[in-house]
Ligand binder design. Structure first.
Ligand code: M6R
Length: 364
């Protein structure tokens, strides 16, 4: 079933162009977003004042990315929370709200409990779920399915990528329905979204370089992933991929926070990955990279083709194609998935079934 691949994880990494394409195609008709299957109407999207996005693990990282995207395109207020925290807060859910639960399995105990809590409080719910007929899908008022297909590796890759797409579709459609972007702008963004599968393919073609780079860090003790804005959301996911399958301690930091404590951990040779895909934040994060570099950090820069000046600052660069900057997570996460994967392989670990972890976390 691994179709010639060594592990399910690398097979699923390669299935991302298709998974992304299938998810877009499920909700785009004649070049325009159509969410009618989910029951989310224009009137409902117009009425929204507040979103609560609730999830665990990588699905939570999708929520962190989605907040930047939805916030930038619409006037809706957004809170993102871990399901295991959301449940125990004494949160006053506001009127005109929607609770969005993101879950690959649709069975995660804390995410399910958060969904039930929202329903008890009378707040409408939308589930972004991969497994058809799962408990979260059955109980939510509205469901948007991701079309990743079955995901076997414990470390999520293609489900994460399709969840991102679901949030882009929601963001663009909400903005259009509310009159916050024009139909033309929405159409243009859909056209750009449709180029993502081919661009992901191009990033995958670079995998040998990342494999070569990864092999040097098999004995690393610590790693850091830094970025601002959407690049911070990407860092969170890159760092989780690394720690869960390679057992290397890693942390994601909002680049501006480094100076408030963490920079003291940088020693000679510590790998620091700087994610710099957002043009208005590029120079800010670059100066943070200079700071860690001067403390001995070994620097990998992740940015878009064209930003070649980064080579003056970092030791190793990975470029990804340009796209609408709202969609950048979809491209920039790929090299980070590959980095985690190849470090794990270089250490000879059980990539698909990392110790102490389960694919679906049905206990609290
Ligand atoms: O099935 P879910 O999407 O609800 O699972 C949530 C997390 O357990 C999951 O994303 C986990 O963090 C992954 N193993 C990360 O690769």
């Amino acid at each position: 079933e691994k179709s010639g691949y060594e592990h399910f994880m690398i097979k699923e990494i390669h299935e991302q162009p298709k998974a992304v394409r299938d998810t877009i195609n499920a909700y785009v008709k004649d070049g325009q977003i159509d969410l009618s299957e989910t029951g989310l109407t224009d009137d409902f999207l117009k009425s929204l004042d507040q979103l609560y996005i609730v999830a665990c693990g990588s699905a939570y990282h999708v929520g962190v990315a989605a907040r930047y995207v939805i916030e930038d395109l619409t006037s809706i207020h957004i809170e993102v929370d871990l399901a295991s925290e959301f449940r125990y807060r004494n949160l006053k859910l506001r009127d005109h709200s929607l609770v969005i639960i993101i879950s690959q399995s649709g069975e995660t105990a804390d995410s399910l409990a958060a969904l039930r809590l929202a329903k008890d409080k009378g707040v409408p719910t939308l589930a972004i779920v991969n497994v058809i007929g799962s408990t979260i899908a059955r109980e939510a008022d509205h469901v948007m399915y991701t079309l990743a297909g079955p995901e076997i590796a414990v470390a999520t890759t293609k489900a994460y990528s399709t969840q991102l797409i679901a949030t882009y579709l929601f963001a663009v459609e909400a903005a259009r329905a509310r009159g916050e972007i024009t139909q033309e702008k929405a159409d243009e963004m859909v056209t750009e979204m449709q180029t993502l599968p081919e661009k992901i393919e191009r990033v995958l073609n670079d995998k040998d370089r990342i494999q070569w780079f990864a092999a040097k860090f098999a004995n690393a003790k610590d790693m850091f992933f830094i970025g601002r804005g959407l690049d911070y959301a990407i860092s969170l996911e890159g760092s989780l991929k690394m720690k869960e399958i390679s057992y290397i301690h890693s942390e994601a930091y909002a680049a501006g926070e480094l100076k408030h404590g963490t920079i003291s951990l940088i020693e000679k040779g510590t790998l620091v990955v700087g994610v710099m895909t957002q043009s208005k934040l590029f120079e800010k994060t670059r100066s943070n990279m200079v700071e860690v570099g001067s403390r001995g950090g070994y620097l990998m820069g992740l940015t878009t083709y064209g930003n070649y000046s980064i080579e003056d600052t970092v030791n190793f660069t990975v470029y990804v194609p340009k796209t609408d900057e709202h969609f950048m997570t979809s491209l920039a996460v790929i090299p980070l998935q590959l980095l985690g994967y190849y470090v794990s392989c270089a250490k000879g670990l059980d990539v698909d079934k990392p110790r102490n972890l389960a694919k679906s976390v049905t206990v609290e």
